[in-house]
Design a protein around this ligand. Structure first.
Ligand SMILES: *[C@@H]1O[C@H](CO)[C@@H](O)[C@H](O)[C@H]1NC(C)=O
Ligand SMILES: *[C@@H]1O[C@H](CO)[C@@H](O)[C@H](O)[C@H]1NC(C)=O
Ligand SMILES: *[C@@H]1O[C@H](CO)[C@@H](O)[C@H](O)[C@H]1NC(C)=O
Ligand SMILES: *[C@@H]1O[C@H](CO)[C@@H](O)[C@H](O)[C@H]1NC(C)=O
Length: 338
């Protein structure tokens, strides 16, 4: 989720970057557009369905699109519509075609979200037919949450997910079957930086093999912590890098590299396991990828090394007036950087 420029990390922008020259594949553009949405579409997060389709959450309009990456520029159907004024953020799948997302009341473009309005939703598309709607079920309200942002599967059997709360600077565990929830991680490395224009601490969260990886936007870090089956820390938090300004959501690949969106930096980077940060596409003054927010690998035989990247498309003039707001889903072939 976007947080705009913060004095805190502006100075960190050019620290310790390795070569920013990508190695594109054979004679083509590195970045492909999968779908260009119209103005006022902010693709905050994505989940990839087992058949390769993309569930794409529009933060600004409370809609979930179902995008077929094989159908270039075909207008994707809206499979869920939340009431006006509802912002939807992270999304995760627990069993096949049963997804969970979360909502908060607010206005994306004003970066104003109302505390105490978090709701966890089930988005069931097992019975989805073309032209139809997902089946929505309210799982639980979490009144004590402030700004739910990234979401990740914790344990399939238990039906548990983890949620980043960017303003409280904590991680919540939610059991989607019982509705039970509690804070499982609360640490200074999850907190926003006081005095920032917009408070964004922990943003993306992803669990891979008992390790919770997280980004913190205001602190410009990526970090990891070993956790138990219940999401509780079993060791200290290790900072992977402190050189990822505007760190938003990310994906961890099979080798442990982290592919990260640096939102207001208009930059997409790869952070290797030793913490080296390499620019993959975009750059502060680039228009190739305006406002990258989140990313996910394909799940098919043909696209398992393809990373989809969603954007908010947001540019403003110096008075904060919106110039463009047309988010998109783009893709890169990660084989170009092996
Ligand atoms: C949604 O609500 C906002 C603010 O209350 C209002 O300006 C806008 O027109 C509404 N949009 C729709 C589609 O109802
Ligand atoms: C509402 O949110 C604030 C900020 O997150 C929190 O301190 C307060 O406890 C919440 N209120 C309720 C009733 O949960
Ligand atoms: C981006 O553009 C600004 C304004 O033109 C310039 O001052 C700055 O050096 C540029 N940054 C990079 C990394 O090219
Ligand atoms: C998006 O909005 C901007 C500013 O209003 C406008 O200049 C631009 O043409 C719009 N783009 C599209 C695709 O509608």
């Amino acid at each position: 989720m976007k947080s705009f420029y913060l004095a805190f990390y502006v100075s960190a922008t050019w620290i310790s970057r390795v070569s920013s020259i990508p190695t594109p594949g054979e004679g083509g553009s590195v970045l492909k557009t999968i779908h260009q949405f119209p103005n006022y579409t902010w693709i905050e997060n994505m989940a990839i369905r087992s058949n390769g389709q993309i569930l794409a959450n529009d933060l600004s309009s409370g809609q979930i699109y179902l995008v077929n990456p094989q159908e270039y520029q075909v207008a994707p159907p809206v499979i869920a519509q939340f009431p006006n004024g509802t912002a939807i953020t992270g999304i995760a799948e627990i069993e096949e075609d049963v997804f969970y997302t979360q909502s908060v009341q607010g206005n994306a473009y004003e970066v104003k979200f109302v505390p105490n309005t978090t709701v966890i939703w089930e988005v069931d598309i097992r019975g989805y037919r073309k032209g139809g709607q997902a089946s929505l079920r309210k799982v639980v309200e979490i009144p004590a949450a402030n700004l739910p942002n990234g979401m990740t599967l914790l344990n399939k059997q238990d039906g548990t997910i983890l949620i980043a709360d960017s303003v409280l600077g904590v991680v919540w565990r939610v059991n989607v079957y019982t509705g039970a929830y509690e804070i499982v991680l609360d640490d200074s490395l999850l907190k926003p930086v006081p005095g920032s224009t917009f408070l964004f601490g922990v943003n993306g969260v992803h669990v891979v093999d008992d390790i919770l990886y997280f980004s913190n936007t205001n602190q410009a870090i990526l970090a990891k912590v070993p956790i138990s089956r219940n999401g509780l820390p079993t060791g200290p938090i290790v900072t992977i890098t402190k050189s990822v300004p505007a760190a938003d959501d990310f994906t961890v690949d099979r080798s442990g590299n982290i592919w990260l969106a640096e939102n207001v930096e208009n930059t997409f980077v790869r952070v290797s396991t030793d913490g080296q940060v390499q620019t993959i596409v975009g750059g502060v003054n680039s228009t190739a990828l305006i406002g990258p927010v989140a990313t996910a690998f394909g799940r098919g035989r043909d696209d398992r090394d393809i990373l989809y990247i969603s954007t908010d498309g947001l540019t403003e003039n110096s008075n904060g007036m919106i110039l463009t707001s047309n988010g998109k889903i783009a893709s890169i072939d990660t084989n170009c950087w092996r």
